[in-house]
Design a protein around this ligand. Structure first.
Ligand code: HEC
Length: 490
């Protein structure tokens, strides 16, 4: 005992306990290494996004663990277990909303972090591996968003994932195998949920932990790059330690995140929709906002051209992005003196934002789609308002969903009635399967937009008119219902 106390000079001003702990753990040296990282040019608000991401990730882990206490990853139980979290568990809805908004916040912060490091040229000067590990983290996070989205197993999560996995299936050679691997078969069911669950809570988070460690380690090895006029290899500017000012800035930002996410979750809880009903063929799938640009992009590449849209163009863009530090090798960091890098980065960013906005605008421009999407929103709100119904053995689980789906089905029923009463059926056949008189209409939704179909119905082509196809006269609401019905034909 006595020799131990005398063995090393006690750090000045430390309590007895601290000395006791430091001798056993080396915590003083560890804190020194962690907090006294020199930052050339000093602390800045521009640097807060990386630590903001780390903070969100930890928050996701914590809220995720609490959700996992109740969540059951199986087709028959997933939705009801989530309904229980949202409607019964105290603060369950708040917690789930934090987790869901947290995912969106992570995407926003990731974007800001990338914009900051790209604009500052922080990948220059032996920092290629930091950039590459960041790219892996980017991919892993998108994987988290994708796998997490299915887990509630409500209408929108089910159908969005059905579309997402179908798109993966379009990738030549490996697509079919990836799709089958993810789904655990050709259809989506319990195997799909359990695979997504395992990816979401074990595999991908393990990868994220690993790569965050690597990312930070490599960052500390290279040192902070500093502001845009700093030499990335041999810093000239005076340095300031990470502690205290940068740490305080990072913590204030974390506090802001807590406030914003907390307020959103409290005042606008994320809704849970009716249970997924795979038999519903009229549900209009829409992905979460951060996947909308990709979703919109793919609309430009129907049929065989999908190879270009799904593989070639994204492959080139992603390849250029990942290889940025190898392509842009000059040590110049000022964004205005890097026109090629900044120009192409800005262009891609503008395209992504533009596609996202376009997707929203297009939905609003098609009255039938906008109406159906509004109905789907309403169904979610209605379902949220219903009290919790414990699952009864033998009860048809889809019954509640079927009655809630009535309004969307209404439009289609009206369209179908018009299809018969206006004699479309005479030439185009039952279910739009076509007759010798007129071509099949099934699948027309993939070829023509709602506006194009509506215009065609108001003014049929000469050939159609010659055969006797009448121009549609009547109310726009009827026309929209008819168009919605035609587009629902598969
Ligand atoms: C007398 C027969 C006839 C009737 C009745 C008829 N159509 Fe047609 N329709 C045609 C023919 C023929 C074409 C093909 C025109 C062409 O190829 O240019 C056509 C084309 C179409 C197309 C475009 C298909 C495409 O792939 O470009 C749509 C949409 C359509 N009809 C919807 C309707 C609807 C809705 C009704 C009922 C209001 C209807 N048709 C009634 C004969 C008919």
């Amino acid at each position: 005992m006595a020799t131990e106390i005398q063995s090393a000079p006690p750090p000045a001003g430390r309590s007895g306990f601290w000395r006791w702990l430091d001798r056993r753990t080396g915590i003083d040296a560890a804190l020194h290494a962690a907090l006294d990282e020199p930052i050339p040019g000093g602390a800045r608000w521009a640097y807060i996004f990386g630590s903001g991401l780390l903070f969100i990730f930890l928050s996701q882990v914590i809220t995720g663990v609490f959700l996992a206490i109740y969540y059951v990853p199986a087709a028959n139980d997933a939705h009801i277990s989530l309904a229980y979290i949202v409607k019964v568990v105290s603060a369950g809805s708040f917690l789930r909303s934090l987790h869901s908004y947290g995912a969106s916040a992570a995407v926003v912060l990731l974007l800001l972090h990338i914009i900051q490091t790209f604009t500052y040229g922080s990948y220059k000067g032996r920092r290629e591996l930091i950039w590459l590990s960041g790219c892996v983290l980017f991919a892993l996070m998108l994987g988290m968003a994708f796998t997490g989205y299915l887990l509630p197993w409500d209408q929108r999560s089910y159908f969005a994932t059905a579309v997402g996995t179908n798109i993966m299936g379009e990738v030549p050679l490996v697509g079919g195998a990836i799709k089958a691997l993810l789904r655990g078969g050709s259809q989506m069911g319990t195997l799909t949920i359990s695979r997504f669950f395992v990816l979401h809570v074990f595999f991908i988070p393990a990868g994220i932990f690993l790569f965050i460690g690597l990312h930070v380690l490599l960052f500390r090895k290279a040192g902070a790059a500093g502001p845009i006029h700093e030499d990335p290899l041999a810093p000239r500017l005076a340095t300031e330690n990470f502690y205290p000012r940068q740490l305080v800035m990072d913590l204030l930002f974390a506090l802001l995140l807590v406030a914003v996410l907390g307020a959103l979750s409290y005042f606008f809880p994320v809704p849970l929709g009716p249970r997924a009903d795979p038999a519903n063929t009229t549900f209009i799938p829409r992905p979460e906002w951060y996947y909308l640009p990709a979703f919109e992009w793919l609309k430009f590449w129907p049929g065989r051209s999908g190879l270009i849209g799904i593989v070639i163009v994204p492959g080139i863009v992603i390849g250029l992005f990942v290889l940025t530090p190898f392509l842009d090798r000059r040590l110049e960091r000022h964004p205005l003196r890097r026109p090629v890098a900044m120009g192409s980065f800005g262009l891609v960013l503008a395209a992504v934002v533009g596609l996202g906005i376009l997707s929203h605008v297009q939905d609003q421009r098609q009255p039938a789609v906008a109406a159906a999407l509004a109905v789907q929103e309403q169904q979610m709100r209605d379902y949220m308002r219903e009290p919790f119904h414990p699952m009864l053995l033998g009860a048809a689980p889809a019954a509640a969903g079927a009655s809630a789906a009535a309004p969307a089905a209404d439009i289609l029923a009206r369209g179908q009635a018009l299809y018969t009463s206006r004699a479309c059926i005479a030439c185009h056949g039952a279910g739009g399967r076509g007759t010798p008189l007129a071509p099949a209409l099934a699948g027309i939704g993939a070829r023509m937009s709602a506006d194009q179909i509506a215009a065609f119905l108001r003014h049929p082509s000469a050939k159609a008119a010659k055969t006797g196809m009448p121009a549609f006269t009547g109310a726009d609401a009827d026309l929209n219902a008819l168009v919605a019905y035609l587009r629902s034909l598969k």
